[in-house]
Ligand binder design. Sequence first.
Ligand SMILES: Cc1cc2nc3c(=O)[nH]c(=O)nc-3n(C[C@H](O)[C@H](O)[C@H](O)COP(=O)(O)O)c2cc1C
Length: 403
Amino acid sequence: MGALRNKSILVGVTGSIAAYKAAEIVRLLRKKKAIVYPIMTKAATHFLSPLTLQNLASQKVTLKLFSRDIRKAEHLSLAELADACLIAPATANIIGKIANGIADDILTTIVLATKAPVLLAPAMNNMMYENPILQRNIGSLKAIGFKFIGPARGDLADGKIGLGRMTEPQEIVECLEKVMQSRDDFLGKAFVVTAGPTREPLDRVRFFSNYSSGKMGYALAEEGASRGARIVLISGPTSLDPPSGVEFHWVESAREMHKMVKEKMGEADGIVMSAAVSDYAPARKENGKIKKTTQKKFILELVQNPDILKELGQRKENKILVGFCAETKDLEKEALRKLKEKSLDLIVANNITEEGAGFKGDTNIVTLINNKGKVEHLSRRSKREVARVIWDKIREMIENRGL
Ligand SMILES: Cc1cc2nc3c(=O)[nH]c(=O)nc-3n(C[C@H](O)[C@H](O)[C@H](O)COP(=O)(O)O)c2cc1C
């Protein structure tokens, strides 16, 4: 699998004559199946029409920090979803702003907010490039891990020959690919991830379910896929779009999820069970609709659903098994009990009564406990960030076991 496949790449374009080459960069990235999010500075739009990038990229072009929808902090969502941020061409101005922590437009704000690697391909006149202020800015960015591609020596836009010409698009994309390759730490590994709630039918029109949104599981699937893992996502009913690059299976009830997990677990190196599977289901499903009667009470018989996690724990062999638990009290005690009872390698526990944790929101506050009893509390962070930490832990387990 190519290192750029299904990777979310932000392509920042700034106000240089070389901006037209950004169109070719976007085209090449799309050819490599990357998901491309172009971001243009105001100056860049004098050199290249957003329409051009809009037609080449898979996602809309972002131009403004302040969108009409005031509820949206687009800079944060883009910063978060990015697997890498490439700025090509990068003007002397943008390099200076980033080096000094300035965040006064959408691009610089994203760069300040993202944890993804940032690569810059400078393009400018040789006098600008040789200026000691710019050189100092480049030096301080390199020192904190920013990567520079080029510039090259050659024909400059003003007719002179010198150092400052942007590296050719093909080479820029190859550099980015190499950076992404080094982050493909799950290449060759396969995981089953479950997500969302289950629905337990009562009759033709009613079901039991829970408030799980599936967001945690989908973030896990996305993060795993972006790091090179082959992901089978088995999801209960959610309103989310299936992430690209994963094998997706939609199920409804706990029994359907159980069947699908058993079917798919064979070749997997591990299973991450983040779905909120219903413990009980109505003993029988009425064929039609249960009608209202004159009786004041309605007594319903429930039967236990299969305990998927426990069963997996009994049959896991060398597979890595990660479970989740949502509790309202005694979080650690309950999590430890489940970890042992179900032979898990890692349990991710969250107290759903805490503000910013649990089912519906975009953030979570979790406690991780591994099979050696090591407890780690993670402060409130986005579900994608939580997913990153979970995959890091899985990576460590794979290394420790020599898998
Ligand atoms: C015709 C023209 C060409 C320019 N080419 C470059 C360039 O190649 N590199 C550069 O650093 N600045 C160049 N500039 C200056 C930038 O456009 C200017 O510094 C601008 O403020 C950059 O804004 P941005 O970094 O937000 O895109 C050029 C300006 C003009 C008018």
